[in-house]
Design a protein around this ligand. Structure first.
Ligand code: AHG
Ligand code: MN
Ligand code: MN
Length: 326
């Protein structure tokens, strides 16, 4: 995308300056996003190193995060890189999937950054798209938590064939790609999720654990044109929320990670604060929907940093159809 007057490509710092000038975001928020872009370029470089390094980066550290996930080397490195780049941004606290609680940065800060430093960790050594998810919101409560509606900015970086960024400040979704000079340059892409879709994403290996309502909904999709939906559906599942989300923002689709009967999965697998909330903000800003099956994700007040939530998001009409059956 080029600037209408100068015809110059729009780079992230120009976009952030315009957002700050029009008071869409605060200067501290702009500095936070600039820091995230530098950290993301570093994470992309680490992830893209030769296979030997990747195997090591995909290797287990022997530690577990608060949610019980085994931590990969790149999970921890990504988290530390982000924390380093938050110094001087003026945020009050940094919250992370890889940390038990808030890292207080600037006592006088007004914002909180919550991150999934590396999403899709199980794919690190399989060379599939992984990413970093972020959410910026006011530091208005002692527990540094807030509903998704209060987010000032949110988005995710995708480390794939392109290193891309989808970001929203509440006025639509903008798309950027890391250019050959290592700078995020705005893409000529009006990010809108088509209302209808013929593609769904769910981990079908868990089907024996689903509720009857989820099983019935998926069975209708699988029945295709001979079934009640009278059309065929395709399925994709990456095991990387960022990879599935990027595809849905590109061509539509519905993503489901519902609650299931496994111990620990009573609220699904994905975390509200640093996965569902930022994805839901982006989805709604791109004309899509995001629900836990009963209410919009953005209306849920988090009680703990790592709490899980059932997540269904994507094409508005299909999410409405699914939610009406769940
Ligand atoms: P993370 O790597 O940050 O823990 O996230 C993994 C998440 C998400 O990226 C993906 O959609 C989901 O886990 C896949 O879950 P399953 O492995 O149960 O399919
Ligand atoms: Mn994740
Ligand atoms: Mn993660």
């Amino acid at each position: 995308m080029t600037d209408k007057t100068t015809k110059e490509p729009v780079l992230i710092d120009m976009w952030l300056a315009a957002q700050t000038a029009s008071a869409q975001i605060t200067l501290s928020c702009a500095k936070t996003i600039t820091g995230l872009c530098h950290a993301a370029a570093g994470i992309a470089a680490l992830a893209a190193e030769n296979g030997i390094a990747q195997a090591q980066l995909g290797g287990l550290t022997g530690t577990h995060n608060e949610d019980g996930d085994q931590q990969k080397a790149l999970d921890v490195l990504a988290d530390e890189l982000i924390a380093q780049h938050m110094r001087g941004t003026g945020i009050y606290a940094y919250l992370s999937e890889e940390r038990d609680g808030p890292l207080i940065m600037d006592e006088g800060g007004a914002l909180v950054l919550a991150c999934d430093p590396l999403d899709g960790s199980s794919n690190i050594d399989t060379n599939l798209t992984i990413g970093t998810i972020f959410s910026v919101y006011p530091a208005d409560s002692a527990d540094c938590l807030a509903t998704g509606r209060s987010q000032q900015a949110a988005g995710f970086f995708a480390y794939g064939p392109q290193t891309a960024l989808l970001i929203t400040t509440g006025h639509g979704v903008a798309a950027f790609c890391l250019n050959d000079r290592g700078v995020f340059q705005q893409m000529d892409w009006q990010v809108q999720i088509p209302a209808e879709t013929g593609e769904f994403a769910i981990n079908a290996a868990n089907s024996r654990y689903w509720s009857p309502a989820v099983s019935n909904y998926i069975d209708q999709l699988l029945a295709g044109k001979d079934g009640p939906r009278a059309r065929n559906f395709n399925m994709r599942w990456n095991g990387s929320l960022v990879a599935d989300a990027f595809r849905i923002f590109r061509r539509g689709g519905i993503f489901l990670y519902p609650q299931d009967s496994r111990r620990g999965y009573e609220q699904g697998r994905l975390r509200l604060v640093y996965e569902a909330n930022p994805i839901a903000f982006l989805a709604e800003q791109a004309g899509g929907r995001a629900t836990d099956g009963t209410q919009p994700i953005l209306d849920i007040r988090p009680l703990t940093l790592h709490q899980r939530v059932p997540l269904i998001f994507g094409s508005a009409d299909e999410v409405d159809t699914a939610a009406s059956q769940l």
